[in-house]
Write a protein that binds this ligand. Structure first.
Ligand code: COA
Length: 316
C-alpha cells in the first residue's frame, strides 16, 4: 500500500494583531459577544508590505527548511486558496518562480474553501507517484480581509489572514491518509460572489445554517476517516479541526467523546483563516512538540460549498 507522511510544517501570519477591542471601534460589537459566540480573541490582518504571496513564500520556505530539502526535490506544489494575489496565474505558479522549483513541478491552486488544505494533501498524494519525485509542497493560504465586509458585524469579527505550509512525502510503504471528501451545492448559505457578478465581492453567510451544517459534518467526517482507517479515536494523537468557531469544535468533541487534551486549537489568536487554518494549527502543534515523529493527526476541514474533508496524517 502506498501513501503519504507529513515531513514538516511552516507558517506565516501578518504582523498586525487585531483584538476584539479594536473591532469595537469599527462595528457595534463587544469582546464578550465575540468570545462567548466564537472563542476568538484576536486575529491577524495583512498590512502594508504584506500579501498573499509574501505569506505563502515565508510559510513555504520555513517548511522546506524544516524538512531540509531543496526546491529541486519538490514534485508537486499546491496552494489551497480563494484569495490569491492574482486571479491567474495562481499562487502555486508564483511560488514556482520565487522558490526556484523545477519547471516540471506540478503547480496549481485549488479552491475547496476551508476544506481546501485536505483536498490539496489528497491531490498531492495522487500526483506524486505520477510525477516521480517524492516530495510535495502543500499550502493553505488566505487573505480574507480582501473579501470581508467590514460593515457586517456578524462576519467581520470571524476572519483572519495567514498561510500554513507542509512538506509531504509519498512512499510505497507509507500509510494511506484515508481521506474522505464531499460537498453539497449550497451557495445561499456561504458565498463570496466574485468580481463579475455585480454583487459586492465579500463574504455572505447565513451563520446559523453554517453552524448547523458544521456540527453535523465535523463529527461525521471524523467517524468516516476512523472507519476507513479501521481504528478508533484512541489511535489518534491529535485532532486538528478547522478553526471556524470554538463552539462548533466543542460540540463535536462532546458528541464524539474525544479527550479534550487531544483537541487543542488556536482560534483564540488566529480567527477563522479558511484554508490556512489546518496547516497553521499543525505548525503550532509541531513547533510546540505536541505532534511528534510517528504520531498521527486526524484533520477535518469544512466550509463554503458546502465542502468537507478529513484525513489521517502521520508525522514522519
Ligand atoms: N456583535 C454583537 N452582536 C452581534 C454580532 C456581533 N459581532 N453579530 C451578530 N450580532 C447580533 C445579531 O444582530 C443578533 O441580534 P438580534 O437578536 O438583536 O437580531 C444576535 O447577535 C444573534 O445573531 P445570530 O446571527 O443569531 O448569532 P449566532 O448566535 O448565530 O452567532 C455566528 C453568529 C456567526 C457567530 C454563528 O452563527 C456562527 O459561528 N456560525 C458559523 C459560522 C462559521 O463558522 N462560518 C465559517 C465556516 S468555515
Amino acid at each position: 500500500m502506498s501513501g503519504l507522511k507529513l515531513v514538516s510544517t511552516g507558517a506565516a501570519i501578518p504582523a498586525e494583531v487585531v483584538t476584539n477591542e479594536d473591532l469595537t471601534r469599527r462595528v457595534d460589537t463587544s469582546d464578550e459577544w465575540i468570545v462567548s459566540r466564537t472563542g476568538i480573541r484576536s486575529r491577524r490582518w495583512c498590512g502594508e508590505g504584506e500579501s498573499h504571496t509574501s505569506l505563502c513564500l515565508a510559510a513555504a520556505r520555513q517548511a522546506m527548511e524544516q524538512a531540509g530539502i531543496g526546491p529541486e526535490e519538490i514534485g508537486v506544489c499546491l496552494v489551497a486558496t480563494f484569495t490569491g494575489d492574482r486571479m491567474t496565474p495562481g499562487a502555486a505558479t508564483i511560488l514556482q518562480g520565487k522558490l526556484g522549483l523545477r519547471e516540471d513541478t506540478v503547480c496549481f491552486d485549488l479552491n475547496a474553501a476551508c476544506a481546501g488544505f485536505i483536498y490539496a494533501v489528497h491531490t498531492a498524494s495522487r500526483l506524486l507517484p505520477v510525477n516521480g519525485r517524492r516530495y510535495g509542497l502543500v499550502l493553505g493560504a488566505e487573505v480574507l480581509t480582501r473579501v470581508t465586509d467590514f460593515d457586517d458585524r456578524s462576519t467581520c469579527v470571524l476572519f483572519g489572514d495567514g498561510a500554513g505550509a507542509a512538506v509531504v512525502e509519498w512512499g510505497e510503504d507509507y500509510p494511506d491518509p484515508c481521506t474522505v471528501m464531499g460537498c453539497q451545492a449550497r451557495d445561499e448559505v456561504l458565498c463570496v460572489p466574485g468580481i463579475h457578478t455585480g454583487e459586492e465581492n465579500v463574504i455572505r453567510m447565513d451563520g446559523q445554517a453554517v453552524f448547523r451544517f458544521a456540527v453535523e459534518a465535523l463529527p461525521r467526517c471524523v467517524e468516516e476517516v476512523l472507519a476507513k482507517a479501521g481504528v478508533g479515536p484512541e489511535a489518534v494523537d491529535r485532532f486538528v479541526f478547522h478553526q471556524a468557531n470554538q463552539r462548533i469544535i466543542d460540540l463535536a468533541v462532546r458528541k464524539l467523546k474525544l479527550p479534550v487534551e487531544k483537541c487543542a486549537g488556536n482560534i483564540d489568536h488566529t480567527g477563522n483563516t479558511s484554508a490556512a487554518s489546518i496547516p497553521l494549527l499543525l505548525d503550532e502543534l509541531v513547533s510546540a512538540g505536541q505532534l511528534k515523529q510517528g504520531q498521527r493527526a486526524l484533520c477535518v476541514g469544512f466550509g463554503a460549498g458546502l465542502t468537507w474533508a478529513g484525513a489521517l496524517l502521520e508525522l514522519r
